[in-house]
Ligand binder design. Structure first.
Ligand code: AMP
Ligand code: ZN
Length: 401
């Protein structure tokens, strides 16, 4: 049987310009840009200005359909959007840092990173040691709370994610795990016919079993499920774990900044509202000292999770109003932007209610977590201090060079 390679040689893209018909507010530009990645498979790249959207699109695309989807995204995210109140808890953006260049070309030239596919990178010794240094700082934070260590699987059952409404909130970034159907004919056929064309496996879709598991998008969910449907031991838990997390970010997967497969260390608090909020605040103060020791330039500000279009407005406004999420945004001098390397989160009693985790008085437990992306913080550090360890702060040099 001949299987048609779908994307072996993609045709040259064409430029499509779309006027949104209203001005996209500046505070929504980045969100619109990110979400356009999910508008249509033929979009190769997008650039968003307040009055103009420019897309590079594969020539074979049906333009009326594509434009309609783009307009739909832009309208539902940005039309009449209300500027969120910015809340800055820490601002150390003006700390002087020695490096100004984009570390990516140098990392590739020195074979310190190698890209396996979009958003999937192998890290060499320099970046690995640096990630190890930051991991030791996060472990010290976990130890300061005497957090109990956990190891969680990389797979997460679909029924878990369903129970916490994940499919409604973040469908665009899911990664599914499947396997061949346990059928001799299917397995025989696959073993003879499977091949890769243009990076894609050319097997018939009906060879694959129904999806029971996905690749986990976060670490702390596993703890909440381990605690589900029973009273919380001693009324409170502090735990820590590191794990691979997966979020598909389509054409935005261009550098070490945004990965499909990345590593997250979390410290997780479960208990009463005050217990969670006080510990979240203590964690932030302790990390402030750790970042000060190495002179990192960053700020901590309110943020929202990357909800998909239909849920975005309501959920983002809710997170903002109740101060549920703060991000550590590290300065990237090479393009005057910032990159979130970690977050301080409070989920109220959402998981306690959804998963029936109860406090001694019978009420649902509150939860919160502090979460750090190890590849991102290593990348952001390199963007500020460069690849030559002689320019690094002594503490990092001694631990990681
Ligand atoms: P979040 O749960 O979205 O606050 O994520 C926690 C941290 O994980 C972020 O602050 C990042 O450092 C990291 N992270 C999230 N998504 C990605 C990604 N696609 N690539 C690399 N790191 C990520
Ligand atoms: Zn978490």
């Amino acid at each position: 049987m001949e299987i048609e390679p779908r994307s072996h040689q993609k045709p040259e893209p064409v430029l499509v310009e779309i006027e949104p018909g209203f001005t996209i507010p500046d505070f929504m530009l980045a969100e619109v840009q990110i979400k356009l990645a999910y508008a249509d498979e033929h979009i190769r790249s997008a650039s968003v200005q307040p009055e103009l959207i420019r897309l590079q699109v594969e020539a074979e695309a049906s333009q009326p359909e594509l434009i309609e989807k783009v307009q739909r995204i832009v309208e539902s995210l940005a039309k009449g959007a209300i500027r969120p109140k910015t809340q800055i808890l820490e601002d150390y953006m003006d700390r002087p840092v020695p490096y100004k260049a984009d570390p990516m070309p140098e990392l590739i030239r020195l074979a310190e990173i190698s890209q396996e596919s979009p958003g999937v990178f192998a890290l060499g010794p320099l970046v690995t040691r640096l990630a190890g240094y930051f991991e030791s700082q996060f472990l010290a934070l976990a130890d300061s709370f005497q957090a109990a260590p956990y190891r969680f699987p990389t797979l997460i059952p679909a029924r878990y994610l369903e129970r916490v409404n994940y499919f409604r909130s973040f469908p665009h970034s899911l990664t599914f795990a499947t396997h061949l159907r346990s059928d001799l004919d299917v397995i025989d056929r696959f073993s003879q016919e499977a091949a890769c064309a243009g990076g894609e496996l050319t097997a018939s879709p009906d060879s694959f079993a129904a999806v029971q598991n996905l690749l986990s998008p976060a670490v702390c969910y596993h703890l909440y499920f381990a605690l589900a449907d029973k009273p919380l031991p001693q009324g409170q838990v502090i735990a820590t774990a590191v794990g691979h997390c997966f979020r598909y970010e389509a054409i935005n997967l261009t550098s070490l900044e945004r990965l499909w497969d990345f590593t997250m260390r979390e410290v997780i608090f479960v208990g009463s509202k005050d217990f969670v909020l006080e510990n979240r605040e203590t964690a932030r103060q302790r990390m402030r000292e750790a970042f000060e020791r190495i002179g990192l330039a960053y700020r901590v500000e309110n943020a929202n999770d990357p909800f998909f279009i239909g849920e975005f407005r309501k959920q983002a406004a809710f997170q903002s109003a109740f101060q549920l999420k703060f991000e550590i945004r590290v300065s990237l001098p090479f393009n005057q932007s910032t990159l979130a390397v970690g977050s301080y989160n409070y989920h109220q009693d959402f998981f306690g209610r959804s998963l029936n985790i109860t406090l001694p008085d019978g009420s649902p437990a509150h939860t919160g977590c502090v979460a750090f992306g190890l590849e991102r913080i290593a990348f952001a550090f390199l963007a500020q201090f460069g690849l030559d360890p002689s320019g690094w702060p002594a503490e990092v040099r001694q631990a990681a060079a």
